[in-house]
Design a protein around this ligand. Structure first.
Ligand code: FAD
Length: 395
């Protein structure tokens, strides 16, 4: 069903996204059952030139506008949040940040290879003691002999053990001000991945790692953005990331709806298809309503982002994108989780299995209410967006 015509020039990319998603279905299931990172995600996406969908063509990307990129992530969300997490981190959190904040040499060294699948990217902000409050992070850097020396840990980092380059955030030693952002090569001296976080509730095809930086050597030219503006780099990346996660959640909602419709027409109990039982219809109605309630704020946020990308000097638009992205993520992640719960219920006992797509969505999409800003942090952002900056609950 054609719901609306999008104001986008790049919708033809979606045909390739569709083909890649079809190819990803089987490897995603196999890796989910084996509980390990699906290395086919970057391979298949690269085969379809989809590792830089929102990255400008001059750096080798597809140059898609925010609406098309959102629709691409939506399609990937139908396959699962493992795929969405990989792409969101690689392209939205890290790729777009290098495009926005990097100098020409950093874009050439990291961004263009990332689009060709030669360098996978990660975004490492969270630490064991600093999650919702990244301003309290403990990682430090020192300038020594014309290089930076990083010390500390990063925790729960997606793509952490598979990335070739990571965006890392740290304060100058002995200071709580002047946070900086760095691009760290995974083969840098002093960089280690001591542990993969395998005891997750779901999201098994996504790589989640603990990282250690033991006097990790970073060349001077790998400072990303102006000195002391690391927190701004981190927050700007999260705005892009949240929109991507909201879009992925729309895909989860769509897949839950598609799957329950099929099941409700096939499965028979008490002498008729379960879809003819009114209480089952109530679950289906709930999923359909959740999808519509989540879809529109997310599309609106993508359209605002596309408008802002065309007018980056407009600070009002920037604030609107920040606000709408938080709203979209908050709404879409909760409604997707609730929809997955309804879908598991419609599937009955089989729904309570990771062999059922709805079972996997239920386990996986829960994380969207936590990463890239928890529900509570999104509420605070939304409220201060309405009340005004002087009402920000924290700084
Ligand atoms: C699978 C997975 C992948 C991830 N990938 C990445 C990644 O790639 N890169 C990265 O940097 N991080 C990543 N994260 C980390 C994620 O962003 C953090 O877990 C998240 O920001 C929350 O931080 P926390 O876990 O330390 O919780 P905490 O900050 O300790 O929060 C605990 C609870 O307190 C609430 N809370 C905290 N402060 C306030 C407040 N001021 N007001 C009201 N409530 C508050 C929170 O909302 C939450 O409910 C990932 C996490 C997971 C689970």
């Amino acid at each position: 069903m054609q719901l609306m015509r999008f104001p986008s020039q790049h919708l033809e990319i979606l045909e390739e996204v569709d083909a890649a998603c079809d190819e990803l279905l089987l490897p995603e299931l196999e890796h989910y059952l084996a509980r390990r990172f699906d290395e086919q995600i970057p391979i298949i996406l690269n085969r379809h030139s989809l590792l830089g969908i929102p990255i400008r063509e001059e750096y080798g990307g597809r140059g898609a506008d925010a609406v098309t990129y959102g629709l691409a992530l939506e399609r990937m969300g139908q396959v699962g949040m493992g795929v969405v997490t990989f792409v969101d981190v690689h392209s939205s959190l890290a790729g777009l940040a290098i495009q926005q904040w990097g100098d020409p040499s950093q874009r050439e060294t990291y961004l263009t290879p990332s689009v060709k699948g030669e360098k996978l990217l990660a975004y490492a902000l969270t630490e064991p003691e600093a999650g919702s409050d990244p301003a309290s992070l403990r990682m430090t850097f020192e300038e020594k002999g014309g290089r930076y020396v990083l010390k500390g840990s990063k925790y729960l980092i997606s793509n952490g053990s598979v990335a070739d380059a990571l965006l890392v955030f740290a304060y100058p030693e002995h200071s709580r001000e002047g946070m900086c952002a760095f691009i760290v090569d995974s083969d840098a001296e002093g960089f280690e991945v001591p542990m993969l976080l395998e005891e997750k509730l779901g999201l098994f095809t996504s790589d989640t790692a603990l990282l250690e930086f033991n006097d990790c050597i970073v060349p001077r030219e790998n400072l990303l953005g102006p000195k002391g503006r690391g927190l701004q780099v981190a927050y700007s990346a999260l705005v892009n990331g949240r929109l991507g996660i909201a879009s992925g959640c729309i895909g989860v909602l769509e897949d839950c709806l598609n799957q329950v419709v099929e099941r409700a027409k096939e499965r028979r109990q008490h002498g008729k298809e379960i879809g003819k039982h009114q209480l089952v219809q109530k679950h289906i109605a709930a999923i359909a309503m959740n999808l519509e309630m989540a879809r529109w704020p997310t599309y609106f946020a993508s359209m605002k982002k596309a408008e802002y990308d065309a007018h980056p000097e407009d600070l009002g638009l920037r604030a609107a994108v920040d606000h709408q992205s938080a709203l979209a993520k908050r709404i879409a992640s909760r409604l997707a989780f609730e929809a997955a719960d309804h879908a598991v219920q419609v599937f009955g006992g089989f729904g309570y299995s990771v062999l059922a797509g709805v079972g996997r969505h239920f386990c996986d999409v829960r994380v969207a209410r936590i990463y890239e800003g928890t529900d509570e942090i999104m509420d605070l952002k939304i409220a201060s967006g309405v009340l005004g900056r002087e009402f920000e609950a924290y700084r």
